[in-house]
Design a binder for this molecule. Structure first.
Ligand code: MRU
Length: 356
């Protein structure tokens, strides 16, 4: 399985995904600014992976802080947290990681600064390990939706590369394969920066899963021909009413699925669910530079100089298009997220379990 990010010899080491699949290059980050740059420039991307990178970047910054006690340490760490919060606005995992570390430190006010530094490294590594376990659980709950002979559509990259390992949307595929099911995957190329073509196709091929690359505008036609049975995508932020923010083009896929009565599943670790936001209309949507649209790989111009560009990186799929949200605790109807958030729900009753 491809290693996305790790903490090695006091540095954060990340695979530079912007160069895949042409080159497989790992970047060593010796300071937190380089980690933040990596997130901004998409060396590392995918909501859970940038949450992990944030935690590791904060741990890295902490090692250089000179402070006498807890208060001074926190005061110096705060601008670091703000730097990460300002990198990418849509993926809630960055906020999730920052809040987790804030709460973690707050419970350890009596520790020495040296101990806090060590504990932050441990916690960041724990976040990475937990992410892999969470994805495996998503896979176990999600594999029930994959049948022998299915052709699964996925959009963008919600695979190992987008996480600590195993992926979210790819986890049900990996588990279904372990269960002996035979299926194939259609990967949308995912303009503008081609995470589907460059990353999903690459990593599924490495896994030995049959994958067919299609242009983004081909999915509808293939659905009409009966060549796609289900869609599984990831999410950058799913909110209380079940609305789902994910890579631009996901909304189009979901609408086409509804038109063709094809189930549309969202694989979402709880770290990507923002229970504080009531509706998808309130999710901040990242807009990126025009060169992602006017150029391929930042070098080859494919549009006239001076053309106006709008480059929304994400869209929001309303809950009514979502068949189920597959988390590490089970698969749920989007309308049941409110009950989950209240914490008083009988999870067993809410879980969608297909009898086979
Ligand atoms: O811009 P990106 O490449 O970070 O967008 C990633 C996606 O949209 C993924 O589908 C999402 O983060 C889920 S990753 C498990």
């Amino acid at each position: 399985m491809v290693k996305t990010i790790d903490w090695t010899d006091g540095k954060v080491v990340m695979l530079d995904q912007s160069r895949l699949p042409i080159e497989v290059v790992y970047v060593e980050c010796e300071n937190y600014l380089k980690v933040a740059e990596g997130i901004k420039k998409l060396w590392i991307r995918g909501a859970p992976a940038i949450g992990i990178a944030t935690a590791m970047g904060v741990a890295l910054a902490a090692q250089d802080i000179d402070a006498d006690g807890y208060e001074g340490f926190i005061r110096k760490l705060e601008p670091v947290l703000e730097t990460f919060l300002a990198t990418r606005p849509t993926a809630v995992n960055i906020h999730w990681a920052v809040e987790r570390l804030r709460a973690f430190l707050n419970r350890r006010r009596n520790e020495t600064v040296q101990k806090l530094k060590e504990l932050l490294i441990e916690e960041a590594r724990k976040i990475l390990d937990e992410d892999i376990q969470i994805n495996r659980a998503i896979g176990l709950w999600g594999a029930q939706f994959i049948n022998d002979g299915d052709a699964i559509l996925t959009h963008c990259n919600a695979g190992s590369l987008a996480t600590g390992g195993y992926g979210t949307a790819t986890a049900p595929m990996l588990v279904a394969r372990e269960q002996g099911k035979k299926f194939s995957v259609f990967a949308d190329e995912t303009r503008p920066v081609l995470q589907g073509a460059r990353l999903t196709a690459w990593e599924l091929m490495q896994e030995g899963i049959t994958v067919t690359l299609i242009t983004d505008n081909a999915a509808g036609a293939l659905m009409k021909r009966g060549e796609i049975n289900l869609a599984i995508v990831g999410t950058d932020r799913t909110v209380l009413n079940g609305d789902v923010a994910n890579k631009i083009g996901t909304y189009t896929v979901a609408v086409m699925c509804k038109e063709h009565s094809i189930p549309f599943y969202v694989a979402a670790p709880l770290s990507s669910i923002d229970f504080s936001i009531p509706s998808g209309d309130l999710i901040p949507i990242e807009e990126r530079g025009s060169e992602e649209v006017t150029h391929i790989f930042g070098t080859l111009r494919i549009a006239p100089e001076g053309v106006q560009v709008r480059n929304l990186a994400f869209d929001v799929t309303p809950a009514r298009y979502v068949t189920a949200i597959v988390t590490e605790k089970g698969a749920f109807r989007p309308s049941d997220l409110k009950a989950l958030a209240r914490g008083d729900a009988d999870i067993e009753k809410l879980r969608i379990t297909l009898k086979k």
